[in-house]
Ligand binder design. Structure first.
Ligand code: HEC
Length: 175
């Protein structure tokens, strides 16, 4: 009874998480108290770095300004999904073409028109400008959306993964 009351107030005040007062809690998890404080110091420095905070704030503002449903996207997942593309695509301004074309400025382009990339006739003749809707359909089923194209990628089945990677591209292809 007393023990659980103590535990409850301890949780409520979050005092147990404080390394200075909670050595009994910390000891079983960390080999030594010293290594614990060493790993905490750099994290504190990073979090309070004004440049890192400004960049994160800037990204959050740009994300919120996107049209729905992209404003709701999980950008961390979008970045993770985009790793599936990076074996074939670069994204930065002036980046090289790889197996696939550089994707910088994608949403200001007509399909099949990145300079210096040798597209399939199918993609060259697709005849539309890239929008989030076109990209969603393309990524859901690359082979079916533009038959005869040469992107050998199965696509992204999950609609949330597509939303997230499209939001990521909406922000990153303009940087
Ligand atoms: C195995 C290589 C490969 C992978 C992986 C891949 N692509 Fe591609 N992608 C290509 C190729 C090749 C083309 C050009 C196809 C053609 O000319 O028919 C292309 C074309 C495109 C285009 C059209 C670009 C334009 O200028 O019209 C977009 C958009 C695109 N890919 C996005 C993606 C995204 C997003 C991913 C990851 C989710 C991805 N691709 C994964 C190879 C790949």
């Amino acid at each position: 009874m007393t023990r659980s009351a103590l535990l409850a107030s301890c949780l409520f005040l979050a005092a147990c998480g404080d390394p200075s007062s909670g050595s009994e809690v910390e000891t079983p998890q960390l080999p030594t108290g010293e290594s614990g404080s060493e790993t905490q110091a750099p994290q504190g420095t990073l979090e309070s770095d004004p440049l890192v905070e400004d960049a994160a704030q800037d990204m959050a503002t740009r994300l919120a300004a996107l049209p729905a449903p992209y404003s709701e996207a999980d950008l961390a997942n979008g970045a993770r999904q985009f790793r599936r593309c990076t074996s074939c695509h670069t994204i930065g301004e002036g980046g090289p073409h790889r197996v696939g074309p550089n994707l910088h400025g994608l949403f200001r382009r007509t399909a099949g028109e990145a300079e210096g990339f040798n597209y399939s006739p199918a993609l060259r003749e697709a005849g539309f400008d890239w929008t989030p809707d076109h990209l969603d359909a393309w990524l859901a089923d690359p082979r079916g959306y533009i038959p005869g194209n040469r992107m050998s990628f199965v696509g992204l089945r999950d609609a949330d993964d597509r939303r997230d990677v499209i939001a990521y591209l909406l922000l990153e292809t303009e940087l």
